[in-house]
Design a protein around this ligand. Sequence first.
Ligand code: AMP
Ligand code: GLY
Length: 425
Amino acid sequence: MKLLVVGGGGREHAIIKKLKENKEIETIYALPGNGGMAGDAICTGIGAKDIPAMVDFAVREGIDFAVVAPDDPLVLGAVDALEEAGIPCFGPNKKAAMLEGSKVFAKNLMKKYGIPTAAYEVFDDMGAALAYLQTAPLPAVIKADGLALGKGVMIAETRADAENAVRSMMADKIFGESGSHIVIEEFLEGPEVSVLSFTDGKTLVPMISSMDHKRAKDGDKGLNTGGMGTVAPNPYYTAEVAERCMRETFLPTINAMNKEGRTFKGCLYFGLMITKDGPKVIEYNCRFGDPETQVVLPLLESDLFTIMQAVQQERLSEVPVTFKNECACCVVMASDGYPQKYETGFPLTIPASLPHGAEVFVAGAKLQNGQLVTAGGRVLGVTATAPDLKTAIHNAYEATEAIHFANAYKRTDIGQRALAAGKED
Ligand code: AMP
Ligand code: GLY
């Protein structure tokens, strides 16, 4: 079997490593991949958004199955194009990817089908948005409609900040056309939980829950990033919360998508906030989370390729999806200065084996004359699994000590909040 994995970050590296456990798979191509995963996949160098080149490549190489991981190609219709060319894919088609591609669509869907989420208003006129802000409750959460590299959300504490946020999105277009329509929503409070799920549109199987650490600095301070680390499971996702989410959110979402003629097949990611009124949806993603995948997949006991094929063939109910009864922690090593200005091009050496059997998932690195060098803000993630969270955290941090590159930066408190929450129970 020849597989194609679209994408080039740590999430894709984790997907590729897990897929490789299936012995039927002979070759995996990554599109574009990165130099740090060159030992696990053949990197093509084709951009993940270049759909015509992607289809040409897949047809030419006789790809048997494709996994489209990032949001951009999904929202642009990569799955539709590959399937039209006869290549079975894991991932939602363009109509279903709208769940992440448009926040207005997602919010209206939740309202129509009674799925718990923050109260909101939609605006496509700046005057109306500014007028609304005169009396809107504070803090106000302002979101650009479309994909904005995960940055299209602003939380304003004051009316002046809220007005500036609206102007920057709608007039200055800091997120491009994404800001032509905006959502202004109620500020929710409570711990956040990420739940990734497999669904074929009929059956939905949640994966083990996880907790992201989005802020750049310790103590959840500093700027929002793509994610500085993760742990799984998330202690706030109790059996009671899980049962409620399944009943009030997960199944209603796939049923709503079916009713709208947008059957969702692939990995559906629920970004949840556990408020005092129960779990509410903060966001949907139409794909695996990054760096959630780097803790979730190492705990998956079942065969990932078997599950992905079953999703594509709409027979998910027939295959086992089980997780180890263990914990995982992923610590991201970034270039100092990320998510703003940072330097790259520093040599990076990854030992063949790390302490405690920890795994490395490379995100921002490239090969230069045979030497791996840093090439991005988030360079890599180091994941350790262990029977308990405290050991997983300890082992992941110890494993990071074996990896060196100039200007490396990591948070020192990944998992501490989860550890403290777990002790309260
Ligand atoms: P998103 O890009 O939608 O994941 O949002 C980024 C972050 O903004 C989330 O992880 C939350 O921490 C925060 N956020 C988004 N919406 C809300 C809300 N309605 N209330 C409070 N925080 C929010
Ligand atoms: N870690 C959050 C995301 O993948 O959107």
